[in-house]
Design a protein around this ligand. Structure first.
Ligand code: NAI
Length: 247
């Protein structure tokens, strides 16, 4: 029996990077996965590759609460319920010292990296309760645990996400929903590859005790574990997967 047989899952930001690795893992373990992404073409490509019986693309801007509500409604209408969710979509921003961050940029980053997670939880939780329970993972970062010069909006969003995760877990612990956060170190994903020179990548790798960046699959492995019944006594906590960055 596969880990997620007959389960329905939503993965936001599922078309690329860490999200795509999570989509593949959940689908391999038997779940039907809604690939909820701003990049609808990317979501369609991945769903076609996995097979439309295992994955369905859904175009969404997670910073728009109505679009997030529509994603959950799609899962329930199309697949009969919702059991698992990964609030993973996120963006970075060009390095800027705090006082120089434009107000619009601040709100844009907080909208995609923090408010989106509230919208996700707000609509996913009632659907999961109605489906008999399940589990949620919110994608934080080691930058939810430590600061990073030039990234005040991102770091603020990832720190705040941990408080939201803990409180949501307490609010719904008695309704058979477990809610955790995962905190990756730096991961080799398109987001990072686009913006880094080789020297910068080596410098980042050296910050991790293991001396390299993470692979998306290594973040997906922890995420799947936390979503599965194997983690049945784990809720309301932040789990780093950081190659020893915080050690
Ligand atoms: P990525 O850029 O490879 O993938 C992000 C996906 O989210 C893309 O498919 C993009 O289209 C989608 N997305 C962006 N804005 C969206 C929006 N408004 N609505 C819906 N979808 C949207 O990025 P990556 O690296 O896979 O990041 C995924 C998550 O992991 C993010 O929350 C990020 O903060 C977090 N993370 C990434 C790390 C890294 O080193 N790459 C380290 C720690 C955390």
């Amino acid at each position: 029996m596969k880990l997620f047989q007959d389960k329905v899952a939503i993965v936001t930001g599922g078309a690329s990077g860490i999200g795509a690795a999570i989509v593949r893992d959940l689908a391999d373990e038997g779940a039907t996965v809604i690939i909820a992404d701003f990049d609808e073409d990317g979501a369609i490509r991945l769903a076609d590759e996995l097979g439309r019986d295992r994955a369905a693309p859904f175009g969404v801007d997670v910073s728009d609460p109505q679009a997030v509500e529509a994603t959950v409604a799609f899962a329930v209408a199309q697949f009969g319920g919702l059991h698992l969710a990964v609030n993973n979509a996120g963006i970075g921003a060009p390095a800027t010292k705090l006082a120089d961050i434009a107000i619009d940029d601040w709100h844009r980053v907080l909208g995609v990296d923090l408010h989106s997670v509230f919208y996700g939880l707000k609509y996913e939780i009632p659907a999961i309760i109605a489906s008999g329970g399940g589990a949620i993972v919110n994608m934080a970062s080691i930058l939810g645990a430590v600061g990073w010069a030039g990234s005040a909006a991102y770091v603020t969003a990832k720190h705040a996400l941990l408080g939201m995760t803990k409180t949501a877990a307490l609010d719904y612990a008695d309704q058979n929903i477990r809610i955790n956060a995962v905190g990756p170190g730096f991961v080799t994903t398109p987001a990072l590859e686009k913006t880094m020179t080789d020297d910068e990548r080596s410098g980042l790798a050296a910050l991790h005790a293991l001396g390299r960046l993470a692979r998306p699959e290594e973040v997906a492995a922890l995420t799947s574990f936390l979503l599965s019944d194997r983690a049945s006594f784990m809720t309301g906590t932040y789990y780093p997967v950081d190659g020893g960055y915080l050690a």
